[in-house]
Write a new protein. Structure first.
Length: 265
């Protein structure tokens, strides 16, 4: 959002552009770029250097970033922003205990995520093993190429799925990544019917991801829970036979926590 670009401004004139720019500055600090210069922040946030500098000075004064030797980095205070979301929207503290029990039972990592724009944002995780795809809380992965994303996309009305594919860039992460929108739509229909998603070797070679939906009070999917395992430890048959039943039981328990009606099947 450049200074001369008004495309992101609400036509009502009520959008506070300085706030939007400040958030763009914070988002410019990705995991692989922990420190940035003013010029780098300006380029990533699509701002003039002068605007980026003023915003960084403001954020530094408020305690959200620090500057050392001319390079800026985020401070732990930014976690307050995510905590406001997690504590007010979903009972993730209680959900994490359920996920930890599953993780201990099957000796695998467990993740939970929500759908945001074209990605899945990780909101809770347990860690027991080292895996090639390690997603931290707050980290993002493409929804269309991940098991968590597919169980959440599968619950969307067809018109929302159309909008999703109209704005997402389908690119290959491995030779097995599905990038054909028709094939993905077919896969989403299958996921919706079976109630879970398995993705193999699409985000990272030799990684199997299995996810199940978490339902809310209106019986719509509000999140997804996932187990990812390395293909050297188990195969698809083993995942379906040993991990899937435990994951589905966990997703049902989480759904009750989130207000879904109990199931008596």
């Amino acid at each position: 959002m450049d200074d001369a670009d008004n495309s992101a401004v609400d036509q009502s004139g009520e959008m506070v552009r300085s706030l939007a720019r400040g958030l763009a500055v914070l988002k410019s600090f990705a995991q692989q770029h922990t420190t940035l210069s003013v010029t780098e922040v300006a380029a990533r946030a699509k701002l003039s250097r002068a605007t980026a500098r003023r915003l960084l000075l403001t954020l530094e004064h408020l305690g959200y970033v620090r500057c050392e030797h001319g390079r800026y980095s985020v401070r732990a205070k930014v976690l307050e922003l995510s905590y406001a979301y997690l504590s007010s929207m979903y009972p993730w503290d209680n959900a994490l205990r359920i996920m930890q029990a599953l993780s201990a039972d099957i000796d695998e990592n467990c993740l939970a995520g929500v759908l945001e724009d074209t990605d899945v944002v990780c909101v809770a995780r347990t860690a027991r093993r080292s895996v090639p795809v390690s997603v931290p809380v707050g980290g993002r992965i493409p929804a269309w190429a991940s098991s968590m994303g597919r169980v959440m996309l599968a619950d969307l009305p067809s018109e929302e799925i159309d909008r999703y594919f109209s704005k997402v860039e389908l690119r290959k992460f491995t030779p097995q990544t599905i990038t054909d929108s028709d094939a993905l739509r077919k896969e989403l229909r299958r996921v919706r019917e079976q109630g879970w998603s398995l993705v193999r070797n699409e985000l990272e070679p030799d990684v199997i991801g299995l996810a199940a939906p978490v339902f809310g009070a209106d019986n719509r999917v509000v999140a997804a829970v996932n187990i990812s395992t390395h293909g050297q430890r188990t195969d698809v048959k083993g995942v379906l036979e040993t991990i899937r039943p435990a994951l589905l039981a966990c997703s049902k328990e989480l759904s009750l926590l989130f207000g879904a009606a109990p199931s008596f099947d």
